[in-house]
Design a protein around this ligand. Structure first.
Ligand SMILES: C[S@@+](CC[C@H](N)C(=O)[O-])C[C@H]1O[C@@H](n2cnc3c(N)ncnc32)[C@H](O)[C@@H]1O
Length: 309
């Protein structure tokens, strides 16, 4: 087990191709489930009333739907769906919504499918849910990469990349595909961890400011400007950007610091001890990187621009 974790950590450092990303999630996503008690795989959003990470994740899920102007009858493409916990939350909130969930990890999709079939999703996330719903007709699961979407052109009202676009390589290809798949004036909604522009980042300043987080944050580190440039180049106009990092990283880190003892037992029952130590250092670094403004978390909504005839 230790050897496998070491190997995956090594690859996350140097390669980070699609297979590495898949292995990282297949090996470490249980860690998030242990830490939160639910099957969401995002950082979450803490408002004044939030008491735990699972509630924060549900907050962020609904905040993103509101920010993305989801409508009752929308067809939504959720790219990088995780275990489909966000998609199921949206389906429950908007009774006519249809969602296609795309994920590079077939394992995550299979787990999601089994949990829905067994009506166990409510248990799985600690939430009591109402399952007399026709999820089979309203949720489709597709194993695919973000850069080659198996979806008809101009068929979707919205595309969501919920904390997943930092893994898409190249991001530009995903944005071009989104442009093809969206209907006229369709929206591309992205929630993504970013590096702040003011820091004029390079490899060494990243290493200095992120420390161990540079390696455990196994994805590309974009600035807001670089994402905006890609969107503009690929036929999108930015409608709104919201930076929410202060309500994402710091409260999550405080929660883990406060609950470290309890979580230590849970984590080390599944992972080697050194791994818990790496995780703890990363969380402390994440807190200080957020406090110093080196990292942030962006919600970006952009609309497909209609090309002149
Ligand atoms: C941080 S998780 C977020 C999952 C989900 N949106 C949530 O909030 O629970 C990122 C997800 O993106 C998926 N992913 C990573 N690279 C991908 C790619 N190239 N194409 C499709 N999905 C990808 C991972 O398997 C994982 O499920």
């Amino acid at each position: 087990m230790s050897l496998k974790i070491g190997k995956i950590a090594f690859f996350s450092l140097f390669r980070r191709n699609e297979n590495d990303v898949k292995s990282i999630y297949d090996t470490f996503s249980d860690l998030m489930i242990i830490g939160t008690g639910g099957s969401f795989l995002n950082f979450g959003y803490w408002d004044g009333k939030t008491v735990d990470p699972l509630q924060a994740q549900l907050n962020l899920t609904h905040k993103l739907a509101k920010f993305g102007s989801f409508l009752e009858s929308d067809n939504i493409l959720d790219v990088g769906s995780g275990y489909c916990a966000p998609a199921l939350s949206w389906l429950m909130k908007y009774p006519l919504l249809k969602v296609i969930s795309i994920n590079i990890s077939g394992r995550q999709l299979l787990t999601a499918k089994n949990n829905i079939r067994k009506d166990e999703w409510g248990l799985y996330t600690n939430f009591k849910m109402n399952f007399n719903d026709d999820f089979d007709n309203r949720l489709s699961l597709l194993e695919s990469t973000s850069t080659l979407l198996p979806i008809m052109s101009e068929s979707m009202d919205k595309i969501v990349a919920f904390e997943s676009a930092q893994h898409f390589k190249p991001l530009k290809k995903f944005v071009m595909e989104s442009n093809r798949v969206l209907k006229e004036s369709g929206l591309l909604v992205i929630a993504i961890p970013i590096i702040s522009k003011e820091n004029n980042f390079n490899y060494f300043s990243e290493l200095l400011n992120l420390g161990i987080l540079k390696f455990t944050w196994a994805s590309e580190h974009y600035t807001l400007d670089s994402i905006k440039n890609i969107l503009s180049c690929c036929g999108f106009s930015i409608q709104e950007v919201e930076l929410i990092g202060a309500k994402v990283y710091i409260p999550l880190a405080d929660y883990f610091i406060k609950n470290r003892e309890r979580l230590f037992e849970l984590i080390t029952s599944r992972y080697p001890k050194f791994f818990e130590q790496i995780l703890n250092s990363s969380i402390l670094k994440m807190k200080s990187a957020s406090q110093s403004g080196f990292i942030d978390y962006a919600l970006i909504r952009s609309a497909k621009v209609i090309a002149d005839e």
